[in-house]
Design a protein around this ligand. Structure first.
Ligand SMILES: *Cc1c(COP(=O)(O)O)cnc(C)c1O
Length: 448
């Protein structure tokens, strides 16, 4: 097939995407505004996206692709949901930003607090990204407890704040940068690392760092790991973290930027029945606009300025367009309860993928929680990041390329979760499985 006239669903970068990528690399580092968008680990240039509706993207080369990236999580309702778009347009006509109080932000905060178990009766502060949410939550936890140290999980990603760029998964994992240059040793000296799904390691941290100013202020964790690929918590793990934090007066922070409104309406905390002290939100909460949020118990959130001594601010926080998109999204998931159907569609897909992998003799371990999933290219289930790193990354890269040429857009990394939206109807799932049949064959018999 000629590369200037790809098939209508061949998603590989065609002439126009490649020309744009050439240009992009001159004025944008690596040609991308976030490193996860680079195709370095799967090869080739990224296709440029012109538009997106429902479950599909249209590239600058004119290809129509089934999308499982979902703008990295937010697109639970599919792209450009008409009611969300309408809400944003309406808000825009009334002014893009005021930097002042609005009725919308009050209603939005009330909606969030009603839906997320740990925020019921508590308070929430709006910010502009997941990164801002986690760095602010940790500052609050440290201010509230008067302690310095924090615990994070190896392969857990919480945005790009200095203190959290230690053994972060996702883009940092894909690029083989365990931390980052430019992060001074002092910024991470109070960050303790533990493997996911390992309570003994957390208990050992508490034993080593007794309660007090040098003690542990908080554990920050993705309750379902998503940035090493989708790895569920083992039975009792989240409960165990809750008990350890209670025993030592540390703040349990669930980073639900990915899992919030995704694995259940009330997030992983609702799904697994474990309530953290603080919760970080992002992605879906903004309905596709840049929004983050952090909140928790009233007593803890009372430390935030202007109520308390912990400073945190934002010129565009509570932006009326972003709030309009978020409010409409939360209204829709409340009104329509999309979760049973989402989970069923995802289960059909994940089972279908597993069957096809097996048929082609490709080792694949499938993990699913709600409408997020990852097929790890290894035989055994993945329990933590060390496991995930043993996957056959060459096989993943071949699979990714074959799926893209067959019109299916996946994150260009083994260490990412895939997302299903309400717009992924049975026909779309079926087309994906047909594409996967060929892709697994290509993994076994590389022709390229
Ligand atoms: C995406 C993500 C973040 C960072 O959010 P940004 O909006 O990209 O800053 C933080 N934590 C988790 C769990 C995420 O998945």
């Amino acid at each position: 097939m000629s590369e200037t006239h790809p098939e209508a669903n061949d998603g590989r970068a065609g002439a126009r995407s490649r020309a744009l990528f050439e240009r992009a690399q001159r004025s944008i580092p690596g040609g991308v505004n976030s490193p996860v968008r680079a195709f370095s680990s799967v090869g080739g240039a990224p296709p440029f996206i012109r538009s997106a509706h429902g479950a599909r993207l249209v590239t600058e080369d004119g290809a129509t692709l089934i999308d499982y990236v979902g703008t990295w999580g937010p697109a639970l309702l599919g792209h450009a949901h008409p009611e969300v778009v309408e809400a944003v347009c309406k808000a825009a006509r009334d002014g893009l930003s005021f930097g002042a109080c609005t009725a919308g932000e009050v209603e939005f905060a009330e909606q969030i607090c009603a839906l997320v178990p740990s925020l019921r009766g508590g308070m929430v502060r709006l910010v502009n990204s997941g990164t801002e949410a986690t760095m602010s939550a940790l500052r609050v936890a440290r201010g509230y407890t008067g302690r310095a140290r924090i615990i994070k999980v190896d392969g857990g990603y919480h945005g790009h704040a200095d203190m959290l760029l230690v053994a972060a998964g996702s883009g940092a994992a894909t690029l083989g940068i365990p931390g980052s240059a430019g992060v001074p040793a002092g910024a991470v000296q109070d960050t303790l690392l533990v493997p996911f799904n390992n309570l003994e390691a957390v208990a050992a941290c508490f034993a080593e760092h007794p309660d007090g100013p040098e003690g542990i202020a908080a554990i920050i964790i993705e309750p379902v790991a998503g940035n090493m690929g989708c790895v569920p918590p083992q039975d009792g793990y989240l409960e165990g973290l809750r008990a350890l934090c209670d025993a030592h007066g540390a703040v349990l922070i669930f980073d639900e930027v990915m899992t919030g409104f995704r694995v259940a309406r009330g997030g992983a905390q609702e799904r697994f029945g474990v309530t953290p002290d603080m919760t970080c939100l992002g992605k879906i909460v903004g309905g596709g606009m840049p929004v983050g949020a952090y909140g928790g118990k009233r007593e803890i959130m009372s430390s935030v300025a202007p109520l308390g001594p912990v400073y945190q601010a934002g010129t565009l926080s509570g932006n009326p367009l972003a709030v309009a998109a978020g409010r409409k999204t939360l209204e829709l998931i409340t009104r329509e309860d999309p979760y049973p159907a989402l989970e069923q569609a995802t289960t059909t897909l994940v089972r279908g993928l597993a069957e096809r992998a097996l048929r082609h003799g490709v080792a694949l371990s499938s993990h699913q929680v709600g409408s997020m999933f990852t097929g790890f290219f290894r035989a055994e289930p993945v329990r933590d990041y060390a496991d995930a790193k043993t996957c056959d990354l060459q096989a993943f890269a071949r699979y990714h390329r074959a799926m893209l040429s067959a019109g299916v857009y996946l994150a260009p990394s083994q260490f990412e979760a895939a997302f299903v939206s309400i717009a992924h109807d049975p026909a779309t799932i079926e087309r994906t499985l047909d594409a996967a049949d060929g892709a697994f064959a290509a993994v076994r018999h590389p022709a390229e």
